[in-house]
Design a protein. Structure first.
Length: 260
């Protein structure tokens, strides 16, 4: 499939998705969101893709938010549908079976910060800037920001960012847990690939279910979340990779996992 607003490449089983509207700082319009949705569906079904990296084209922006020029003419009903669309796509990204790393190479504002938060890991270049500036526009965050931000950084800091529209540096984002690591711009993609490869070297089902348990556990009460953990813990004891991992440890050799 040919994309007009995305660049899609696969290297060493890692999909690299580049949001590509650099003249509009990669702002999310309906066309880009439609392509992203299709791409996520394709990647989710493709067993040959084992990890995903999402980044922005150009050296200025990851994504500067939803496209304000396009949003400006929307009626309340259309705006609600747009928010539902963005939420549905970002939730699909969050639930991809593969690990997803955001390589945040510049502005990650509004929908851009929300896209980064739907990823499992966020790496940022020193020039990256994060924020939820929607209150400047008379709206609230609409692609998950009011919900994923407090889950990531806590209620107090999330409310501060959502209610002041303050833009924060990559360094500050790392301090509050919004960013995992700050990495020099010219090493950002390599670092993301390196982290993806590290995950790919581990037992695949164990990595996949670690992600799923964190995601699902955040949405249910602790008793249910712990019950889910025990269920998966038990299930994985039935896998060949579990036997391989433990045998390799006891035999003092590297494990060789086979997704079995
Ligand atoms: N939508 C549409 N176009 C955008 C955009 C956006 N979110 N952000 C930037 N652009 C466009 C600008 O209009 C400009 O286009 P022209 O060259 O045609 O004028 C181009 O990208 C470059 O931007 P600037 O000239 O503004 O660049 P700057 O360096 O002076 O400022 C910036 C950069 C601080 C990121 C500024 O562009 C900005 O504030 N952008 C808007 C950020 C924002 O409010 N995002 C939230 C959107 S709402 C949202 O996302 C809702 C949601 O939750 C889903």
């Amino acid at each position: 499939m040919n994309y007009e607003n995305l660049i899609f490449a696969v290297e060493d089983k890692i999909a690299i998705v580049t949001l590509n509207r650099p003249k509009a700082l990669n702002a999310l319009n309906s066309a880009l969101l439609g392509e992203l949705s299709q791409l996520v569906d394709t990647v989710g079904k493709d067993d040959s893709i084992e990890a995903v990296i999402i980044t922005g084209a150009g050296d200025k922006a990851f994504v500067a938010g939803a496209d304000i020029a396009e949003m400006k003419g929307k009626t309340p009903l259309e705006a609600r549908a747009f928010s539902q669309l963005g939420n549905a796509i970002f939730t699909k990204i969050e639930r991809l079976p593969q690990p997803v790393i955001a390589a945040v190479n510049g502005f990650a504002l509004g929908g851009g910060c929300e896209l980064a938060m739907a990823c499992d890991i966020r790496l940022a270049s020193p020039n990256a800037k994060f924020g939820q500036p929607e209150v400047n526009l008379g709206i609230v965050a609409g692609f998950g920001g009011t919900q994923r931000l407090p889950r990531l950084v806590g209620v107090g800091i999330a409310k501060e960012l959502l209610m002041t529209a303050d833009m924060i540096s990559a360094e500050r984002a790392a301090q509050i847990g919004l960013v995992n690591h700050v990495v020099e711009a010219d090493q950002l993609l390599d670092k993301a690939k390196e982290m993806a490869k590290k995950m790919l070297s581990k037992a695949p089902y164990a990595v996949q279910f670690s992600k799923k348990l964190v995601n699902e556990g955040m949405n249910v009460d602790l008793d249910r979340a712990l019950a889910l953990e025990s269920e998966v813990f038990g299930t994985l004891f039935g896998t060949e990779d579990r036997l391989e991992g433990m045998s390799a440890f006891v035999e003092k050799r590297p494990a060789s996992f086979r997704k079995k």
